[in-house]
Write a protein that binds this ligand. Structure first.
Ligand SMILES: [Zn+2]
Length: 201
């Protein structure tokens, strides 16, 4: 049974950012969590995922090898996106995990309708299990070549800190999600104002 409750909402607007958001940095992503993420992000179909979930029993070494790449990629993406949020440059070595995957995997681009509009998305040709990471690596590479002015942000709620791509017209989006962090903030400040008014009267 795949765990789904530990999954963050896919709010980032870019696959690579959603992947970087998968868990706090210290937490190792399990195989089931990784496969569930791929399904939620529509990188693989649920049917494909049903065949991927049991692989740790049949191909434990291949799964371990890919999980190492998963963690290495996520670590480098988090570091790169932190740098991007702060508009700081990052060393070439940080892009190596991405380049390793771009080298290993072949594929093609496909037009896919998304809530924010049509997107050109990478579909990997299967070979080994690395292809599972190809679309994420490609999405990260596209984000990096957008340059330091790409609107990569972190949620303004300090206890959240999820990355997202601010595709809003004004580029002033502050929250991962208005419904979760934005509202919580609004509610908190409403209560503060209300309490202050009560104290004043
Ligand atoms: Zn948030």
């Amino acid at each position: 049974m795949a765990p789904t409750s530990t999954h963050p909402r896919l709010i980032a607007g870019r696959l690579a950012l959603d992947f970087a958001n998968t868990a706090p940095a210290a937490h190792d992503l399990s195989w089931d969590e990784f496969v569930s993420f791929l399904v939620n992000a529509r990188v693989v179909t649920p049917e494909r995922a049903a065949r991927l979930h049991p692989l740790p029993q049949t191909e434990p070494q291949a799964v371990d090898a890919v999980l190492l790449k998963v963690l290495r990629l996520r670590e480098s993406l988090r570091a790169i996106f932190y740098a991007r949020v702060k508009k700081k440059p990052f060393p070439k070595s940080w892009a190596e995990p991405i380049n390793d995957l771009l080298r290993l995997t072949e594929g093609h681009d496909e037009l896919v309708p998304r809530s924010e509009g049509w997107r050109l998305e990478f579909t990997a040709r299967e070979g080994g299990l690395e292809w599972l990471l190809a679309a994420i690596a490609r999405s990260a590479a596209e984000l990096i070549v957008e340059g330091p002015n790409a609107p990569v942000r972190r949620c303004a709620n300090p206890s959240c800190g999820l990355f997202f791509y601010d595709g809003s017209r004004t580029h002033r989006r502050r929250w991962c999600s208005m419904a979760v962090c934005g509202n919580r903030r609004k509610v908190a400040s409403f209560h503060r104002r209300h309490a202050a008014r009560r104290r004043e009267s």
